[in-house]
Design a protein around this ligand. Structure first.
Ligand code: IFM
Length: 762
């Protein structure tokens, strides 16, 4: 194996998978997927195994799902009901190998070894295989693949292989499989092709170059077809053939913009660098990201260290600070589940990571919400409300894209109510805007975009929380984070977040008036926000029902939750499927069983709403009632437990969250569950380390598990970068760059100056 194709010699950084199983291949492809926020590529093997599928318990699935995605490339496939979905682009890593006229589908021979590795430090996928083909010919090969973090348009594959025989007629074809699937061709030239989506008027171009070398000398290809190269030669035993293929991709969102020249320019740029230069630039970019975002835990189990790196790897792979027109789907760019749609996952589960280590990415994600405000306004208006109600599932335009119904496992039609009722999304977006602004002090963003989001979402809630005969304002007919209970009234999470959102809307006006009076007046005028309407907002803040019992400090999850049938979840501890599958949908709805963190998520987001012993009381009440039917749940439970000093419980949940995509859980088949990975990072950094970026001073309140010898990471805060190390009862903080600042560590405020490491005993 040549050096570039070797993985980092450190098991903390490298995930390894040996073999190939039709049952788990899809999950492996998601888990080892590559991405740079613009392009995402599943880790499918480059040589086809033919149309392998598994027919298992009555349904048919593709064992391998080779897919390459481009962020924002949505179209409406012919689904019923029609919803926008990400359209895959060409699987540019595909090769076809023919030996003496026999196509090698890697099905009929024998794998002597087959190993895939994800080198997270370098952001590369490495494969190594040895295969005994027909007539006993052995093929040895290895592959390196990446999508560049240094130049997001660029992908690279380097493939080396040899045969153990002389005199075999070999044909190697490098092609762009499935190119243009579901799209119409616009241009099919030798080195660059472009297609357009059928309905959404987007276009994508791909350009490519491929070189095959034998003993370092290029072989001449046949070029009978666009983006296809065919080489023929007679084998020499042990001779190493090296294929390097560069691909570049460009997307355009309007038919007037031609993406082909953009892809061609990117190809020229990367060809000038050569594949080693492309690889080197990519590795440097990853190193810079790791310098800013690595989390090092000494003394933790290997799985936790590996899990947090895996989380940071996928979070880094998912975002693109250069594109404000896209956000991150529930599976990133690693699989088709949820069609690439964006949920609250991004603002609540992912944003904290970006805000703390990569605020430029956080800003672009929030600008996506700014650009999709018209869609949110239209949704609110269509439902009879004012302001902005964001889509529960959002694609490229901001219109609601949640399917209205799906076909259930038994062929029955199931209505999906979340698109109409899961409205907390609007407060979640507002929450993320506020967190970003507090942590970065990005005034330009606040004045140009953030304030408008806060005002329009506040306005929605004020119109949504209707005054009733009891003198209170209620929010009826919603779904909270606990999606087992549909069409409920006064979900505490929704109502408390709504109240918070309206209060921040009012505060945003104060901030605007104090800092930019002219712009404040212009904004209020443009939004036609009058004093009587603001008075109504103040009334809403006063009167929204929250479900809080002041005597116990407990929030009722929604009106009537306490009257539901109690369910002892410990009796179902060994179940392998979600609780609603075990006890049925109807009983689940009648029971006090919570799908995922709901009131517990509120403790995480708005700790000030749980003074004194209230946080613990609510956690103790709701934690045993939670069935964790979503990958979002465990991480947030770990975070809250860690802050409460419930270290063992927190570690248990952290392990649970860590295992989700790292173990070959078949739920990862449709893509990694990136919100769960965000939860892993949050549990460690916001939970155990107690990092708080939202106060006037950067805060840290560590409560590490005793077995962790140390926890180290970096955080960005208001144009500064701070390196933090917590070891036992000592905290070290160092200002990596930026102006001197204050920091509150375990309640005590200290000064942080350049060049000196602050050391505090806690
Ligand atoms: O947003 C989540 C939701 O909270 C639970 N079901 C899956 C969605 C996408 O991850």
């Amino acid at each position: 194996m040549m050096q570039a194709l070797e993985s980092t010699h450190d098991s903390d950084w490298v995930l390894t998978h040996e073999g190939y199983s039709v049952l788990t291949e899809n999950a492996v492809e998601s888990r080892f997927a590559l991405g740079n926020g613009f392009m995402g590529m599943r880790a499918s093997r480059p040589v086809s195994r033919g149309p392998t599928w598994v027919s298992w318990q009555g349904f048919v699935r593709w064992a391998s799902w080779p897919r390459c995605y481009v962020a924002g490339l949505f179209d409406r496939p012919n689904t019923v009901p029609p919803v926008p979905a990400l359209v895959p682009v060409a699987d540019w890593s595909r090769v076809r190998l023919v030996l003496d006229d026999n196509s090698q589908l890697m099905m009929d021979g024998e794998f002597l070894s087959s190993v895939r590795q994800l080198d997270m430090r370098r952001g590369i996928l490495l494969s190594d295989l040895s295969y005994r083909a027909h007539a006993g010919i052995t093929i040895n090969g290895d592959e390196l693949r990446l999508v560049s973090l240094a130049d997001r348009a660029v992908g690279l594959q380097v493939l080396r292989f040899s045969l153990d025989r002389n005199g075999i007629d070999v044909m190697l074809e490098a092609n762009f499989a499935m190119a243009g699937m579901g799209m119409e061709p616009l241009q099919l030239d030798r080195d660059v092709c472009a297609w357009r989506t059928e309905g959404s008027h987007k276009a994508v171009a791909m350009a490519g170059s491929a070189t095959l070398r034998a003993d370092g000398h290029p072989l001449a290809p046949e070029r009978s077809f666009s983006l296809r190269w065919i080489w023929r030669w007679r084998s020499v035993a042990g001779q190493v053939l090296e294929l390097d293929r560069l691909v570049t991709v460009a997307r355009s969102d309007g038919l007037a913009d031609d993406p082909a020249p953009v892809a061609s320019d990117a190809l020229a740029r990367s060809r000038a660098l050569g594949w080693r230069g492309v690889l080197a630039a990519h590795e440097t970019a990853w190193q810079q990201h790791w310098d800013a975002s690595d989390v090092i835990i000494e003394g933790a189990d290997d799985e936790i260290q590996e899990a947090v790196r895996f989380a940071v790897y996928h979070l880094t792979s998912a975002a693109n600070p250069e594109d404000e027109s896209v956000s991150i789907g529930a599976r990133g760019l690693t699989g088709d589940a949820y069609f690439g749609h964006v949920f609250w996952d991004t603002e609540i589960y992912l944003l904290p990571f970006y805000v703390a280590v990569w605020p430029e990415a956080a800003r672009a994600l929030l600008m996506y919400r700014y650009h999709t405000l018209p869609g949110a306004r239209a949704k609110a208006a269509a439902m009879g409300y004012r302001g902005a109600l964001y889509a529960w599932e959002s694609a490229d335009t901001g219109e609601e894209t949640t399917p209205e119904r799906v076909v259930g496992p038994g062929g029955e039609t199931i209505d999906i109510l979340t698109g109409r009722m899961e409205q907390h999304i609007s407060a979640d977006v507002a929450y993320a805007v506020w967190q970003y602004w507090r942590a970065t002090g990005d005034e330009g963003f606040f004045a140009d975009a953030g304030a408008e989001i806060l005002l329009e979402t506040a306005r929605f809630w004020a119109s949504r929380a209707v005054p009733e005969a009891d003198g209170k304002r209620h929010i009826r007919h919603v779904i909270g984070p606990d999606e087992y209970h549909e069409d409920v009234d006064d979900n505490a999470f929704t109502n408390v977040m709504a109240r918070w959102n309206i209060a921040r809307g009012l505060e945003a006006i104060e901030v605007m008036r104090a800092r930019w009076p002219d712009r404040a007046a212009a904004l209020l005028e443009r939004l036609a926000l009058s004093e009587p309407e603001l008075a109504d907002w103040r009334d809403a803040v006063e009167h929204i029902v929250t479900g809080l019992d002041p005597t116990t400090g407990l929030y009722e999850q929604f009106a009537g939750f306490y009257k539901l049938e109690p369910l002892d979840l410990s009796l179902y501890a060994d179940r392998k499927v979600p609780i609603d599958v075990v006890i049925g949908r109807e009983r689940t709805q009648r029971s006090q069983v919570v799908k995922q963190a709901d009131v517990v998520a509120l403790i995480a987001l708005l700790p000030d709403e749980f003074p004194g012993a209230a946080a613990k009381a609510n956690f103790r009440y709701y934690e045993p009632r939670c069935a964790h039917g979503s990958s979002l749940s465990a991480g947030i439970h770990a975070l809250v437990a860690a802050r409460l000093g419930e270290t063992e419980i927190a570690l248990r949940y952290l392990r649970h969250a860590a295992a989700a995509d790292l173990e070959l859980d078949l739920n990862s088949a449709g893509g990694i569950r990136i919100a769960g990975l965000g939860g892993v990072w949050q549990a460690i950094v916001l939970g155990f380390a107690g990092l708080d970026l939202t106060g006037d001073i950067l805060g840290l309140d560590p409560k590490l598990p005793p077995q962790w010898r140390s926890l180290s990471f970096r955080a960005r805060w208001k144009d500064r970068s701070v390196a933090i190390r917590i070891a036992g009862r000592t905290v070290e903080a160092r200002l990596v760059n930026g102006q001197p600042m204050e920091m509150r560590i375990a309640g005590a405020t200290r000064k942080l100056t350049a060049g000196a490491t602050l050391q505090v005993s806690i």
